[in-house]
Design a binder for this molecule. Structure first.
Ligand code: UDP
Ligand code: MG
Length: 312
């Protein structure tokens, strides 16, 4: 009798991907069929406004390996992937976008790395077919994040990766609500390896990562994995105080020793009021970010809510 096959679970977060779902299934099946593994597809419908759910339901009716979790509304990409991580049952778990931007062929390489003993094999973009704006912003962001983060978060890396079951088990124990999964996977440790690939253009439709969602993710990365902004606040505070002392000494000196020029201080006053006011406000904002996160965590609301499950 043949040995029981290992199961590879795929997690596909879906938000308005109706146009690519069928093709995605076909492509990934095509990749998996020559390999000696069993597999399951875990689709998480993140409140799509198109007919993604209908298509998924139809696909799931014909194939029990296709599993669908329908969230009660749009919770965002990171929450959708989290829902998938909580539900999958495979020995290896591959997280992939549902718009075919992550080429399925890379999975072969990811699985190979896993068989070599790596717990995390993350797909690293050698090139990407995105707008100049998005490429530049992503580049700068990952540079800044790397310089201040407490863990090493690899650059040019999204959530496209393979993780072993034991890594997923650890991630499941991490209860933070404002999630930055790629940071969390780095935090976990174990043996990790990069697999370079060229990112494709979207197969269909347009990016649903709106500016607002990108900002949310960017902030989750910075404030979740760094306390540099918080320390930066006090550094700026000290610097401003120091400058103020110099200003005060100067003002007193002029007042006492050269009183004939002393009245002309209006500019200085206005400038320093604005300056200190601005610094204080932005610093308060930074502290506010951390407080908002503490508040969010203390509410302890669920990261996602499941409306229904199919084939799970
Ligand atoms: N996505 C999601 N919820 C959202 C936005 C996006 O589940 O609120 C999914 C989407 O279906 C896709 C992946 O996240 O599988 C990446 O989204 P998108 O292609 O819009 O982002 P980009 O590739 O431009 O970074
Ligand atoms: Mg995409």
């Amino acid at each position: 009798m043949a040995k029981k096959q290992k199961v590879v679970s795929f997690i596909f977060p879906v938000y308005n991907n109706a146009g690519s779902l069928k093709l995605l299934c076909d492509e990934v099946k095509k990749i998996m069929s020559p390999l000696n593994y069993d597999y399951e597809f875990m689709f998480i419908n993140d409140g799509s406004k198109d007919n993604s759910l209908d298509i998924l339901q139809r696909l799931a009716r014909h194939d029990k390996k296709i599993k669908v979790i329908n969230l009660s509304r749009n919770f965002g990409h990171q929450a959708a992937v989290t829902a998938g991580l909580d539900k999958v049952g495979g020995e290896a778990i591959i997280i992939m976008d549902a718009d075919l931007q992550d080429p399925p062929s890379v999975c072969v390489e990811l699985i190979k790395k896993w068989e070599e003993g790596f717990d995390v094999a993350y797909a690293q973009r050698r090139s990407r077919q995105d707008t100049f704006y998005k490429k530049t912003v992503a580049n700068v962001y990952y540079r800044v994040l790397a310089s201040m983060s407490s863990v090493d978060i690899p650059r040019n890396t999204g959530d496209f990766r393979l993780v072993s079951k034991r890594v997923v088990d650890v991630i499941k124990e991490m209860g933070e609500h404002d999630r930055f999964l790629r940071g969390m996977f780095s935090f976990v440790g174990f043996e990790q390896v990069a697999v370079p690939f060229d990112r494709d253009q979207r197969h269909d439709g347009k990016s649903e990562y709106t500016f607002k969602k990108q900002m949310k993710l960017a902030k989750a990365g910075v404030f979740g994995f760094s306390d540099v902004p918080l320390r930066f606040v006090s550094h700026i505070g000290f610097l401003v105080s120091f400058l103020s002392i110099i200003g005060i000494i100067y003002a007193l000196f002029v007042r006492i020793f050269i009183p004939e020029i002393a009245v002309s201080g209006w500019t200085m006053t206005i400038v320093s009021i604005f300056f200190v006011g601005g610094v204080q406000l932005s610093m308060l904002g930074v502290i506010g970010e951390y407080i908002a996160r503490i508040y969010n965590e203390s509410l302890n609301r669920p990261t996602y809510i499941i409306e229904k499950e199919i084939n799970t």
